[in-house]
Design a protein around this ligand. Structure first.
Ligand code: CDP
Length: 792
């Protein structure tokens, strides 16, 4: 066997449009999702749901279900109570949620019993035979009714109120005084409707308790496998080494796969009791009706400004509908997530925001749907507010924004609501967007069309985000600090395995994580295998949601690589027969300073690490790094939507949509474009199509995809994209998160465009989703008002 290795040809890996390494298996239908896993002797779980939104559970009769062919067991809340599992903590720590109903049901479709059978079909048939007697109670559907406390729905809590918490930040008196003395003052209630991430693959899991080893293996659609392992251990008392969580391929998460759901717990309890694996796979209806919803924020936005359009103060007061349990997976210190970003990209001298959250008889959630914990709601509020202000003052929406942007020389910028923005150059990004789309020409076209009575609108959104939770001094979930991790082992021949505490659900980590390590180590990204989602092998991390992966785990990968480079340098010095001080890392090689030809590659060093390490050097080449970010990152963008609205039908045609994003250093432009396309499509759906609705009796009205609409390629506009690059100064490779930017920034751009189109009719605001019917109604009402002499 040869003991030397020839230098490989190096090329850099960052910023390269590398094809996704994971795609061949997905495109060939060879992904391995939870439902693809079949274990010997495996049973199946089907859940019985409540038809009532609010009712006492008087009696549950299992007899008929147990007699049904194939049914092995029926579990109820009382059965779980015997094992201390009737209630579990929500991720928010201070609230808890029922696993299966005990005493009462608090929302329609709440889980009431679990039927375990030899096949999925037998379990479903058995579930239909569970006889539950209910005594219906008055439901509370609106948070504005809930706040009256005439009917308190959570009898399990000591506090006899529907009020969950009050949260505020900023200077109330100062903001009030500034608003009162401002030349111009605008005020608007905007509702960010309840919507749902609706991932392609619903949630599911298999629990497999091995009676011989006492080890519980949980295959889960989990965005945060390690956090779930810890929670399972804390709740059940099973030592953490006896719990193995495996997240295989996941078909989309978007925050929906962060919370712990009843199905996981019932499957685990059943597996422990029965000693065989139990699988639970949700139906689409179960996913839409019982798993984490998003948004549901009623926001009163007030902005003060001078008559020239310089903002003087912002105040936002929110009423939040959290459903039956406070299951929002927010960091402990931030009950309203990172809503404090509501001052956006603008230099407000003062600001204040407060929020009150309430329980209602609706499904719990409040998850960060492609959003860094309520950043989407905040961005929507400020971007709508700025447009309404522009209209009131009579200033162009782009001009007003430019007048108020935080200047690039103001970074690091301490915002009046407590964040320190790391970097940004908002004006340059907006100018690029305006130039690219031909803004001046579009405004000319609009003026001509308006003169002809046609409704054309141009909407802008210049949002900024706050992602990368987060610095351990401020961020934890149930006490666990929100660092993340990477572990890299370089093999003797220069290929490597990289494991991280994150878990991709379609974001392409197998590719981009390899690119970061390859860039830092001078190795071939094709030969760096990335593995995530197995708690037995991956280092502990808090998982993937809220665009935290690149800011936190991406940094950990760079830092672990640099640790490897430090050790590799010693070995390189040994190979080059030079002192370590005389060796430098340049051009993806170690070389002797001043003698560039005297060089060795990382691949050669790796081989030496196992065959010829330097004297006194530990053999092998690997490192782990747990990264605690010093700050959050603040990606941002300038989006422009152009719409034509049909006056007769209310139909909105999105003619163009341009997204210029800035996420600092880009690891893979093609992956970023993919993220932007996907997120814009979701933002489009939220703006025009999607709302989880309940009727006055608490009935859930969108239980499938014929009622909760998901856009196909036929409805989806063509997306135009571009970028600017303003690196994060504190991130090792200058990268910021990007996955959620399009979902955060686009709803406001769409709505601003439609409101701009309707402006000549005197319409100021219509809440999302802007369905054809709603737009039609707004036009008719505006026309009727005009006809009655009400001024626009
Ligand atoms: O946490 P999550 O993976 O959902 O979001 P992210 O950190 O924004 O990353 C989404 C995908 O975009 C990952 O594959 C990233 O590596 C990639 N990305 C990139 O190529 N360049 C950036 N500056 C940010 C993200």
């Amino acid at each position: 066997m040869s003991t030397t290795i020839e230098p490989q040809s190096e090329k850099h890996a960052m910023g390269v449009r590398m094809k996704r390494k994971e795609d061949p298996r997905f495109l060939q239908g060879r992904g391995r999702y939870v439902d693809d896993i079949v274990l010997p002797r495996m049973l199946h779980l089907s859940i019985v749901h409540s038809p009532y939104p609010h009712a006492r559970v008087v009696k549950i009769d299992k007899t008929a279900a147990l007699a049904s062919p194939g049914v092995v067991a029926v579990l109820t809340g009382e059965d779980l109570a015997a094992h201390g599992l009737a209630w579990i903590p929500t991720f928010h720590g201070y609230d808890k949620q029922m696993v299966l109903a005990v005493g009462k049901v608090l929302y329609q479709y709440q889980e009431v019993a679990g039927v375990i059978a030899t096949s999925r079909e037998a379990a479903v048939d058995g579930a239909e035979l569970v006889d539950v007697e209910y005594e219906p109670l008055e439901p509370l559907v609106s948070p504005f009714e809930a706040m009256k406390d005439e009917n308190v729905i959570r009898e399990d809590r000591e506090a006899k109120t529907n009020h969950i918490y009050h949260w505020e930040v900023g200077k109330r008196e100062q903001a009030d005084a500034a608003l009162a003395s401002s030349d111009v003052h605008v005020q608007q209630r905007v509702y960010f409707q309840r919507c749902h991430p609706a991932p392609l693959e619903p949630c599911g899991g298999i629990a497999d308790m091995d009676g011989a080893t006492g080890r519980l293996t949980l295959y889960m659609t989990s965005q945060a496998p390690h956090a779930h392992r810890t929670v399972v251990s804390l709740v059940t008392g099973i030592p953490e080494d006896k719990i193995h969580v495996i997240s295989p391929d996941i078909g989309g998460g978007f925050g929906n796969k962060v919370p712990v759901y009843a199905g996981y717990v019932v499957a685990a309890a059943a597996s422990v009791v029965l000693g065989v694996p139990v699988k639970w796979i949700e139906t689409r209806t179960e996913n839409l009706t019982t798993t984490g919803f998003a948004r549901d924020y009623h926001m009163d936005v007030e902005i003060g400004a001078t008559k020239e359009g310089k903002v003087t103060a912002l105040k936002v007061k929110t009423v939040a509908d959290h459903g039956a349990f406070d299951a929002a997976a927010d960091p402990t210190k931030y009950p309203a997530g990172l809503f404090g970003i509501v001052t956006g990209a603008y230099d407000f001298p003062t600001a204040f925001t407060e929020l009150d959250a309430y329980f209602t008889n609706k499904a719990p959630g409040g998850i960060a749907y492609r959003c860094s914990f309520r950043v989407t709601e905040a961005s929507y509020a400020i971007e709508r507010g700025m447009d309404i202000l522009a209209r009131k003052i009579g200033l162009d929406a782009a001009e007003l924004r430019k007048k108020n942007f935080i200047g690039k020389e103001q970074f690091p910028y301490p915002s009046p609501l407590g964040f320190v923005y790391d970097s940004g150059d908002y004006a340059t990004t907006l100018n690029k967007a305006l130039d690219t789309i031909g803004y001046a020409e579009l405004r000319r076209e609009q003026a001509e069309k308006r003169a002809r009575g046609e409704l054309m609108g141009i909407g802008i959104s210049t949002f900024t985000e706050v992602v990368g939770a987060g610095p351990s001094k401020h961020f934890d979930i149930m006490g666990i600090k929100m660092f993340d991790s990477a572990e890299i082992r370089v093999h003797p021949t220069g290929s490597a395995i990289l494991r991280a505490g994150t878990k991709s659900q379609g974001q392409g980590h197998e590719t981009t994580w390899a690119q970061i390590a390859a860039e830092e180590l001078g190795l071939d990204p094709q030969n760096i295998m990335v593995e995530e989602g197995d708690t037995d092998t991956a280092p502990y991390g808090l998982g993937t949601y809220a665009s935290r992966s690149t800011p936190v785990a991406g940094a950990a990968i760079a830092m672990a690589s640099r640790k490897i480079r430090e050790k590799a340098k010693k070995i390189a010095a040994h190979l080059l027969e030079a002192s370590e001080d005389d060796v430098e890392w340049a051009d993806y090689k170690f070389r002797v300073k001043g003698v560039p030809d005297n060089a060795v590659t990382m691949q050669q060093v790796a081989f030496a690490a196992y065959t010829n390490p330097a004297p006194d050097t530990e053999p092998g080449l690997e490192a782990a790094y747990y990264y605690d970010p010093p700050n959050l990152t603040f990606p941002y963008g300038a989006y422009v939507a152009v719409v034509d609205v049909d006056k007769e039908t209310g139909f909105v045609k999105v003619r163009r949509f341009l997204a210029i994003d800035d996420c600092g250093t880009v690891i893979n432009p093609m992956v970023v474009e993919g993220q932007i396309h996907g997120g814009l499509t979701e933002g489009f759906a939220i703006a025009f199509m999607q709302e989880i609705r309940y009727d006055e009796s608490g009935n859930h009205l969108n239980t499938n995809f014929t009622e909760y609409l998901v856009p196909t390629s036929l409805e989806t506009p063509g997306w135009e994209t571009g970028n600017t690059i303003t690196p994060s100064p504190h991130h090792p490779i200058g990268a910021k998160g990007v996955g959620e930017s399009p979902n955060v920034g686009s709803p406001a751009a769409f709505v601003n465009a439609v409101m701009d189109a309707l402006a000549p009719l005197g319409v100021t605001h219509v809440d999302m989703p802007l369905t054809r019917e709603k737009v039609w109604r707004a036009i008719r009402e505006a026309e009727a008002a005009k006809a009655n002499g009400v001024p626009a």
